[in-house]
Design a protein around this ligand. Structure first.
Ligand code: ZN
Length: 150
């Protein structure tokens, strides 16, 4: 499934899936959100500590394919320190990128997921942690599923 992905991007994805960053529960988290992608079997739980308007701390746990794990790992590194408004803006930009393959501006490491748009079934794996992040900053208690977002 990775054959058409750029080698460097593939390496970054494999690295994050094997050695996920911020992989733990977060003591003192005041927001949590769960996401589930039933098509692939990916589960992700995000733990956030949001103070005022800022994501002070963020971590995650979960199980699933390499794409979903790498996406969650990179998401936590991208969102730490961001404001709630910035999280929503990034969600929109990542969503556009994984569905069209084009990125609007510099998304840094998140750009490794641009190639995912060629694999429609994998788009949901990549975007799953982002749905969970959006739910977390919006304070939604219900688990999110990629299949209710269509
Ligand atoms: Zn998956």
């Amino acid at each position: 499934m990775f054959d058409d992905l750029n080698d460097l991007y593939q390496q970054v994805i494999l690295d994050h899936s094997k050695s996920p960053r911020n992989y733990s529960e977060l003591p003192g988290a005041n927001r949590t959100a769960q996401g589930h992608n039933p098509l692939c079997g990916d589960h992700v739980t995000l733990f956030l500590n949001v103070e005022g308007d800022q994501v002070k701390e963020i971590s995650w746990q979960g199980s699933g394919c390499a794409i979903s794990r790498a996406s969650a790992s990179i998401l936590t590194t991208a969102l730490k320190g961001k404001s709630v408004a910035e999280v929503k803006t990034l969600f929109d930009r990542v969503h556009d990128m994984v569905t069209t393959g084009k990125s609007n501006g510099d998304l840094g490491k998140l750009a490794v997921f641009a190639g995912v748009h060629k694999f429609p079934a994998r788009v949901k794996c990549a975007i799953l942690p982002w749905y969970a992040a959006l739910a977390a900053v919006e304070g939604k208690a219900e688990p999110v599923s990629t299949e209710s977002e269509e």
